[in-house]
Design a protein around this ligand. Sequence first.
Ligand code: XIL
Length: 313
Amino acid sequence: SQPLRAHATARNFLIGTAVATGPLSNEQAYRDTLNREFNTVTAENAMKWDATEPNQGQFNFSGADQIMASAQANGQTVHGHTLVWHNQTPGWVQNLDANAMRTAIRNHINTVVGRYAGRIASWDVVNEVFDDNGGMRNSFWYQRLGESYIADAFRYARAADPNAKLCINDYNVEGINNKSTAMYNLVSRLRGQGVPIDCVGIQGHLSIQYGFPNDLRQNMERFAALGVDVKITELDVRMRMPADSNKLATQATYYRNVIDACLAVPRCNQLTVWGFTDKYSWVPDTFQGEGAALPYTENYAAKPAYQSLHDAL
Ligand code: XIL
């Protein structure tokens, strides 16, 4: 049968994956599946601050350029990830005073977004700015600059690439809860102030142990009503290891429910999985004893979760 991207493209939908530069360089099986199945890609790490500007004013685009070139050669759009985040940001940034930090953000965004202007469809401008209770995360950004860094980052990004769609991205905002409501309120307020924000990214790092967020569709609909696009940006569905056929079947229902919810909301135009093969996934490194979160096995065999995506598209 046809790959995911054929069905997605036919309905003007973006089906994507995070891409890691290691296997992109080294492994034909990885490239084959990546380029056969997906019509959009996100750099898993290569566009983060520690990769692109490890020292002040000294930029390194080797990984990012590699992903851009691969995407272009394979007819894939690129979702940029990410400009302002509290993780994977070098110490030199974290130690700046307020004025210098604001200038560093502007220069970083100008340089990174400017380099790829016209070639990146959308950017995660800010990532994970909330805590889980719906307050602003008490990051070094917030401590030094207050909330102002968020609006500034969007304005700098718009100036550097007027055609890129600019997103705010976060996790644990799948259902309607204090955190997603804080995100909703912020997007509403910023748009009211004319801040250029075009999309909301819902990461979608789910676990079969925590239950499915059944109000996902309703949550996406309220964001869409603000006039922004909605994307599922980092979907994976983890389980306690070892996997078995029951867990994989449950996982497949989660994948199906996520893509069905997205396809039911006209402004939900993209679903990206956070890697596609269990061979390369952040889950086992991050969540002790958990894994098997992606649509393909470590040997590139399609799992029931893949079939869910395929059936829905
Ligand atoms: C993760 C990557 O997958 C890992 O390789 C890296 O070591 C840490 O970051 N939310 C995000 C992503 O926005 O950037 C994170 O990616 C996963 C959580």
